[in-house]
Ligand binder design. Sequence first.
Ligand code: HEM
Length: 401
Amino acid sequence: MTPRTFLSLIAMLALMAVPLSPATAQDAPVIDRSATGGATTLEDILLRQQGIKVDNTYRRDATGNPELAAPIQDQLGTLGGVSQSEDWQALRYNTADVTVSSRVPAAEVIMQDSGMAWQKFRSGPLLTYGGWLLAGMLGLLVLFYLVRGRIRIDGELSGRKILRFPAVERFAHWLLAGSFVVLGITGLIQLFGRYFIIPLIGHETYAPVAIAGKWVHNNVSWAFMVGLVLVTVFWIAHNIPNKHDLKWLAVGGGLFSKGVHPPAKKFNAGQKLIFWAVIVLGFSISASGLSLLFPFELPMFAVTFEKLNALGLPQLIGLGELPTTLAPHAEMQLAQLWHAIVAFLFIAIIFAHIYLGSVGMQGAFDAMGSGEVDEQWAKEHHGLWLAEVKAKSAKSATPAE
Ligand code: HEM
């Protein structure tokens, strides 16, 4: 895989439906390489520097033919029919017949050239855009707070409490939330440490912090996955979209104006969006995390690309067919980048959730704290759910005839 294909894949992964370079192999001019005997010319180099994709089959296929070598017993015979540069070429393009004694999956790959592109993307756009995404979300929340203030309960508190989440559901939520916060912090330390923490505390102090952070990150991931499965099981039925969601969305859930309370069942449309984001991003980040936790054992990108190609999605957005044979290292690089991209999106969304579940909305935290909310809060934010719960308890209180 060339660095350009690699970057294009990342662009696709980041759901930015824009091919990185408008130029394709078809646009590249036909190059006369007779002067170099078929090897790379200055024109090739200049085109590559301009970011134009050059068809590299002239190099990729130039891996020598041992049959053409003069036999060793002949005068001026050779020890082998393939030159060193041809050997290196074959190694680079993964076509050399390599035999190694180690049996681990990555051992036969002697050379893999997308490492540089991965490293550049990781320390460049990933950090820059990811960092700005988080800072932007925090800025928006501060702005929202300044403009709207805390969303207060409009009516008088009733003093009557109603159970919103039983202990087992609160346990699942806090298992998920607690592990998420730990994973987020330790993950960001790994990603930003070199640039922001080392200059502050130095290499010597950072090293044990990074090692401990990695250990914690790897092990706490299991708690996150358990929490995710529990939350999915407990709440999926309540998060199926219904007709009330459209009404809720049409008035922005009343979040932007006082006294507006669209009807909602157990979860409103905004919470459903959060729920589904947690499920989709949560399972995706777990899958790529497992792939990183067991290096080379759980490759998942080549198979995913095969399925995407079959659906025609990458072709639709101009990326052409995605590679379906990836070196084990390329699988790891993509897993790392995907893991981090999903993490940034996830953290940004959760910032908004944490804000609304705590300081942003009066009475919301109780639902996950004690598990009980005031009836007035329930009436304003989940009117249909309150009516359902009341109807149920009235029914069970009616003595059987
Ligand atoms: C750490 C601070 C957090 C606080 C203060 C918090 C607070 C809350 C509260 C109060 C609710 C109930 C809302 C209601 O009564 O309708 C809730 C629900 C929920 N929380 Fe959290 N939460 C936190 C972190 C997280 C994290 C990290 C995740 C996921 C990774 C998460 C996922 C959910 C989901 C899926 C729901 C149900 C849907 C929803 O209400 O949006 N929470 N949270």
